[in-house]
Design a protein around this ligand. Structure first.
Ligand SMILES: NC(=O)C1=CN([C@@H]2O[C@H](COP(=O)(O)OP(=O)(O)OC[C@H]3O[C@@H](n4cnc5c(N)ncnc54)[C@H](O)[C@@H]3O)[C@@H](O)[C@H]2O)C=CC1
Ligand SMILES: CC/C=C\C[C@H](O)/C=C/C=C\C=C\C=C\C(=O)[C@@H](O)C/C=C\CCC(=O)O
Length: 267
């Protein structure tokens, strides 16, 4: 998809990966609406982007993805300011195994809510222009990360939900593609979550295991995942695809077909 003049929404866009994705979109000539719950860093990121890309290219909306009203209002404000929406990246996420309901509310319900709002605005049947939705899952959406089971569950949920919605969009003729990105560990604020007892909860005693898994898989920089995001957002052939981003590069996941599953269950 050519990005020049397109309008994008990035949740959790004030820092970390979301900020990196927003920067890719801006570099390609898109306008970006950053949705984030932290007002200070949202304003600081908008100011930095205004300096680099010009004052009318970035919008910041205070938005907690667990709030239906704030989320709806932020979409509305984006349409009023930029005249429509073409790309939505549901990226906001946390790790908190103690307050696990909050983790589910942000990582899974927030992605579902953001996807439904995005489809409502993008879908051709509603007068939208079509477009693409990219949901940020994780390697923990493809396999179990034993140090954070609820986080793992939310990311598996994002993968299943996005794949099902991609099929629904295809069958329904929405003109909207839905894909996901599954990175391994990335050097952002989120990475140290499990070093804190209040975040790791009952799994704090497994922090050495976490360290070993991190050593085994390695750690990426934000720019590595931003490069993968760029590849995915530009590729108009993908729907229901998951881009697995690891230290060796990015590859699309080959999900087992129904035949594969039936074949395996006979063995
Ligand atoms: N850092 C990593 O190792 C990996 C991260 N991910 C995923 O990438 C996404 C982004 O994470 P990072 O950039 O690493 O984390 P981060 O902590 O650096 O950034 C997350 C952003 O989301 C915002 N946010 C948190 N709760 C929110 C809410 N309720 N409403 C709106 N915004 C909210 C934060 O204010 C922050 O700006 C998450 O979904 C995470 O699960 C996936 C794989 C690896
Ligand atoms: C501290 C958590 C930080 C970020 C979370 C983020 O989403 C990154 C996740 C990155 C890696 C996920 C790894 C998943 C691993 C698996 O799928 C397992 O199959 C392998 C798990 C353990 C291997 C342990 C062993 O070697 O015995």
């Amino acid at each position: 998809m050519a990005l020049n003049g397109k309008v994008a929404v990035v949740t959790g866009g004030a820092q970390g990966l979301g900020k990196g994705f927003a920067e890719v979109l801006l570099r390609h000539g898109a306008k970006v609406s950053l949705f984030d719950v932290v007002e200070d860093s949202g304003n600081a990121t908008k100011t930095a982007f205004d300096k680099e890309f010009g004052p009318d290219r970035t919008l910041f909306c205070v938005c907690d993805v667990t709030s239906e009203k704030q989320f709806t209002d932020a979409f509305q404000k984006t349409v009023q300011s930029f005249g429509g929406i073409d790309i939505v990246c549901n990226n906001a996420g946390i790790i908190n195994e103690t307050d696990w309901e909050k983790t589910v509310a942000i990582n899974l319900s927030g992605v579902i809510r953001g996807t439904y709002l995005a489809v409502e605005h993008l879908k051709k049947q509603n007068g939208g222009r079509g477009g693409v939705i990219i949901n940020i899952a994780s390697m923990a959406g493809l396999g179990p990360l034993p140090t954070c089971p609820v986080y793992t569950a939310t990311k598996h949920g994002v993968v299943g939900f996005t794949r099902a919605m991609a099929m629904a969009s295809e069958y329904g003729g929405y003109g909207v593609r839905l894909n996901m990105i599954c990175p391994i560990f990335v050097r952002t604020g989120l990475l140290s979550s499990l070093d804190k007892e209040e975040r790791a909860g009952d799994f704090y005693h497994l922090r050495d295991v976490n360290q070993k898994i991190m050593e085994r898989f390695g750690t990426l920089e934000v720019s590595d995942v931003a490069k993968a995001f760029e590849k995915l957002v530009l590729d108009e052939s993908k729907n229901g695809a998951a881009l697995y981003v690891k230290t060796e590069g990015a590859d699309y996941v080959k999900f087992p077909t129904q035949e594969d599953i039936e074949e395996k269950s006979k063995q």
